[in-house]
Design a protein around this ligand. Structure first.
Ligand code: HEC
Length: 207
């Protein structure tokens, strides 16, 4: 018996129908999860309820998690995150590596118990190896040991590192790395200092 043509068309369309249904279902689950979080979180000091508001990138990543969003919406979000990075007004990318090391080791900031008037740390060691002296480092991110030694200090290299530290979500849309400049975690001067930690030949990163 031959399969009726209409059935064939329906079968061909099934994957599209089921992925649209799956996306709608995922959307429901996200809305339910958000409702639970809104009901159970209490604002406390600087940790206010606005922490639950997602920007376009975060909403896209939640919608597709654990998969990576792809397609036009994802490309647009990547491009917008890259385009919003501000380069240093004085054209100098590198500050003081010693201050940068203190920032990389400092994990305070943004918790309800932290003083919002005090500068935050970068907590880079929580995710990255940076030098040979520090033995307790996290491995969520790649090792940054010899970062500057391996790459030199050409303008494109400095600009790329600056952009990634300011907003890794311009390069890896659902990155676990904090968006240090884009979300105001570190000041421009602090980012210059961690840049110096990565690039200064005298920094322990390059020893
Ligand atoms: C919560 C974890 C986390 C923290 C904290 C973190 N990073 Fe990252 N970082 C990552 C991950 C993960 C990547 C890899 C890119 C990706 O997949 O998102 C990365 C990548 C990078 C890269 C790009 C490496 C390359 O391939 O060229 C640089 C530079 C970097 N991080 C610098 C820093 C600095 C400086 C700090 C502290 C101010 C920091 N990171 C803090 C997770 C983190």
């Amino acid at each position: 018996m031959r399969t009726p043509i209409r059935l064939l068309i329906l079968l061909a369309a099934l994957p599209a129908i089921s992925s649209a249904a799956e996306a709608a279902h995922q959307g429901d689950r996200n809305a339910q999860a958000l409702a639970v979080m809104k009901a159970s979180f209490k604002p406390h000091g600087q940790a206010d309820m606005d922490r639950l508001k997602q920007d376009t990138t975060q909403a896209l990543c939640s919608l597709h998690a654990p998969a990576m969003p792809t397609g036009e919406a994802a490309s647009k979000a990547l491009a917008a995150n890259q385009a919003s990075v501000k380069f240093p007004a004085d054209g100098k990318f590198l500050g003081d590596w010693k201050r940068g090391q203190a920032i990389a080791e400092e994990g305070t900031g943004f918790q309800y118990s932290d003083d919002p008037a005090k500068p935050s740390g970068g907590n880079c060691y929580a995710c990255h190896q940076l030098d040979k002296q520090q033995i307790a480092y996290g491995t969520i991110g790649p090792s940054l040991y010899n970062y500057g030694k391996n790459r030199g200090q050409s303008e494109p290299v400095l600009k790329l590192a600056w952009s990634m530290i300011n907003d890794m979500k311009g390069y890896s849309l659902c990155s676990a790395m904090p968006r240090f400049g884009a979300k105001g975690v570190l000041t421009e001067q602090q980012i210059k200092d961690v840049m110096a930690l990565l690039f200064d030949p005298a920094s322990p990163v390059n020893q």
